[in-house]
Write a protein that binds this ligand. Structure first.
Ligand SMILES: [Zn+2]
Length: 94
């Protein structure tokens, strides 16, 4: 059986060490079937990384919560109300 080869860059699957180091964009088409499981797993990882915004919402709410505690401690109730408002917006959007 002849080995598949990319007609553009002569890349073969035998050369493949890391899917992100494919010879060229055309390789994705040539080796689509062989690469499908690996691509799916990379996309999963990227989705995982894509969850960062939720972490930053957590960081923001933590920060606002500590500001809120300070505002209450200082009896700055108007400030506290503003912070509570921000918190509820953040929580709703998360
Ligand atoms: Zn190629």
């Amino acid at each position: 059986m002849e080995e598949k080869q990319c007609p553009k860059c002569q890349f073969t699957l035998a050369k493949l060490q890391d899917i992100r180091r494919l010879g060229c964009a055309y390789c994705f088409k040539v080796f689509a079937d062989e690469l499908a499981p690996a691509i799916a797993s990379i996309q999963k990882q990227e989705q995982h990384i894509g969850r960062k915004p939720q972490i930053s919402i957590k960081v923001q709410t933590d920060k606002l919560n500590s500001q809120l505690q300070k505002a209450i401690a200082q009896e700055a109730y108007e400030e506290a109300a503003k912070i509570k408002q921000k918190l509820s917006v953040l929580i709703e959007s998360s």
